[in-house]
Design a protein around this ligand. Sequence first.
Ligand code: AMP
Ligand code: ZN
Length: 130
Amino acid sequence: MSTHHTPERSAHLSEPHCIFCKIVQGQIPSKKVYEDDELLAFHDINPWAPIHFLIIPKTHIASMAQLTPVHEGVMGRIMVKAGELALKAGALPYPEGGFRVVVNTGRHGGQEVHHVHVHVLAGERPWQKI
Ligand code: AMP
Ligand code: ZN
């Protein structure tokens, strides 16, 4: 049974042309890092760093610009999961190691996939980007 009953679970769940919704539904394969009833984490197909995965809400939200108070629960859970999953993926602990989270939003923010996602980057530098 779910322990995370939040309003967004009953809203518009997916967009037919969204690549990340297709990953959630298993129509496009992914290398999963973590999954529960409302979150999915999977390795980025084009990593910028030795450890690079994405965490997404399973429900379709186009970007961080669309977030409202109903999303506080799921987005908060993503932030809490980020560090836990980074360590499990091999990141060294804070403060010597650590990780970076990035949420690109809109064209000027460099967003390419319009389903909100948190990049989690870690591992020895240099990295390919930032
Ligand atoms: P953004 O520029 O923040 O929208 O980032 C989108 C990210 O999604 C990029 O880092 C891509 O490499 C990644 N990506 C795109 N398609 C896939 C896929 N099928 N599986 C995993 N990662 C993907
Ligand atoms: Zn989507």
